[in-house]
Design a protein around this ligand. Sequence first.
Ligand SMILES: Nc1ncnc2c1ncn2[C@@H]1O[C@H](COP(=O)(O)OP(=O)(O)O)[C@@H](O)[C@H]1O
Ligand SMILES: [Mg+2]
Length: 264
Amino acid sequence: MVAAAASTDTASTAGLALRIDNISHGFSLEGQRLAVLDKVSLDIAPGEFVALLGPSGCGKSTLLRLVAGLEPADSGNLLADGEPIKGPDPSRVVVFQDPTLYPWRRVRDNVALGLEAQGLLKTHSAKIDAALAKVGLSTFGRAYPRQLSGGMAQRVALARALVNEPRLLILDEPLGKLDSLTRIAMQKELIDLWQRQGYTALLVTHDVEEALLLANRVIVFSDRPASIKAQLTIERPYPRHRDDPYLVDLRKQILGLLGLADNW
Ligand SMILES: Nc1ncnc2c1ncn2[C@@H]1O[C@H](COP(=O)(O)OP(=O)(O)O)[C@@H](O)[C@H]1O
Ligand SMILES: [Mg+2]
């Protein structure tokens, strides 16, 4: 679609409906079968923000990879707006914990990668500036990754995802390596971006508080093989406050579900 650069913020980026239907998946490891996902079903509405929590190694990233179309599931169905997910698509992009920027490319040229891959660089270069503006890095387009802080590098990775105007933004512990102050600032930025852009968001985090601050719904997974242990709908408007007694109470509940109740 050749949309005018200025008007790309609404229709083309509205969220997609995601259906995860009875997904099971595993790997073979040294001749042994490792079951990783056990009959996971989850319906996510257009524009919804869903956070996934669960023990380390339970299968969260694996589920995200399947949703991104990076590998096919062993069994079950994955549907984006009712259509089977058969491979990666620019409408569904992943931001990982590590920003993985090319060190020899300037910020702008890193953000351009998605458009380049689609052969859209010449006609859509205004989108690069728009994406940099969205993450507050307009003046850093010509910088190299080594000249950025960790938080800025992660914002570049976010811009590189946003330039595709995703309808589903998949976030795999995107703030996991940031210091706690940068993390708090970026949690707010993630909410602002999501509210402005309207995409559906699927976030894996190991931070219960982060899940509660960001998501409409929090899914708690069991140990591997991951199955859904609990779902909590977070009935709170944004911006949320971490000392809100409602959230503090939910946090205790979730830590209990994760077997960590005694730690707080
Ligand atoms: N490509 C792979 N081959 C073999 N085992 C894998 C592969 N990817 C992940 N696993 C295993 O699957 C399990 C779940 O991994 P992952 O989805 O990364 O967990 P999480 O993101 O919840 O920490 C782990 O035990 C991991 O070792
Ligand atoms: Mg993971």
